[in-house]
Design a protein around this ligand. Structure first.
Ligand code: CP
Ligand code: NVA
Length: 318
């Protein structure tokens, strides 16, 4: 076990963290276990300054509560510091190229986290940087959230393999990252979206190929009842993501039958757990009764952003 862990630790050093699909099952499980271990250390008050003296630059082109605070606090707990960089203040906001920004920041920092719109931008930043780049959310994916979510499921259900997650709502960045992770980790996943809001077709193809290797079943449907049947985990996210605010009204109409509420959750397993990456809109994608009910583990998820991201940073930046 020790030798295997050393090999995995070695394979993760210096890597970018852009999409879960870039990682092997063993590497994702290693990160989940490291997150659980770092969480224990933090709660026990044990110092774990794995990144002593190191700095993470954090570029935000979209709003954030959880990502910003958890990365900054996480770096502090690891003995380093996080540096908040608003794109309004950076020269990138005035047209400096991503390449020049990446090269320059690489001379000061030990890692960069970026939250932006086009996924291509994160890929370009990673190409230009000589230090690890972490995807803190793009329009395509949100892998840090998904890793924290899988950690949360392990802690609450004791395993991932063979469990069924039902994702009800928009085939968005969250759906993509959960699909990619579930397929790698051997978890079954059924996704119900309105017509026209399905996940990206290339990601479906890639995920199905990964699922075939691990025995995970991936279903994409337009029927929320079919998706939720016998689910262990029910997951939803906002109907209009950041950058889609102008589509809010039209999406409210399209998603009207996709609210996770008491009528729908009765088709899931009795001991289902409800998850949401937050921020949530009570009364839209989820009823108050479900999100604030006994099955909800949303704040465990939010907390685990801290621990999962500490694991990512410790693994790739040390
Ligand atoms: N879930 C999540 O990424 O939250 P923030 O937008 O607050 O960072
Ligand atoms: N899908 C949401 C997730 C927020 C954490 C968005 O992109 O706005």
């Amino acid at each position: 076990m020790q030798v295997v862990n050393e090999e995995l630790a070695h394979s993760l050093k210096g890597r970018d963290f852009l999409m879960l699909v870039d990682f092997k099952k063993e590497e994702i499980n290693y990160l989940i276990n490291l997150a659980i271990d770092l969480k224990k250390k933090q709660k026990a008050g044990e110092t774990h300054h794995i990144l002593k003296g190191k700095t993470l630059g954090m570029i935000f082109e979209k709003s954030s509560t959880r990502t910003r605070v958890s990365f900054e606090v996480g770096m502090y707990q690891l003995g380093g510091q996080g540096l908040f960089l608003s794109s309004n203040d950076l020269q990138i906001g005035r047209g400096e190229s991503i390449w020049d920004t990446a090269q320059t920041l690489s001379r000061y920092l030990d890692g960069i986290m970026i939250r932006t719109f086009a996924h291509r931008k994160v890929v370009e930043l990673a190409r230009g940087a000589t230090i690890p780049v972490i995807n803190g959310l793009t329009d395509l994916s949100h892998p840090c959230q998904a890793l924290a979510d899988f950690q949360t499921i392990v802690e609450n259900k004791g395993r991932l393999e063979g469990l069924k997650m039902a994702y009800i709502g928009d085939g968005n960045n969250m759906a993509h990252s959960l699909m990619m992770g579930a397929a790698k980790l051997g978890m079954h996943m059924s996704i119900a979206t309105p017509e026209g809001y399905e996940p990206d077709s290339d990601i479906i193809v890639q995920t199905k190929a990964n699922a075939a290797e691990t025995g995970s079943r991936l279903v994409v449907t337009h029927d929320p009842k079919e998706a939720i049947a016998d689910a262990d985990i029910i997951y939803t996210d906002v109907w209009a993501s950041m950058g889609q605010e102008a589509e809010q009204k039209e999406r409210e109409v399209a998603f009207a039958n996709f609210q996770v509420n008491d009528d729908l959750v009765k088709y899931a397993k009795k001991d289902f757990q409800f998850m949401h990456c937050l921020p949530a809109h009570r009364g839209e994608e989820v009823s108050e009764s479900v999100i604030d009910g006994a099955h909800s583990i949303i704040f465990d998820q939010a907390e685990n952003r801290l621990h999962a991201q500490k694991a990512i940073m410790a693994a790739i930046m040390s």
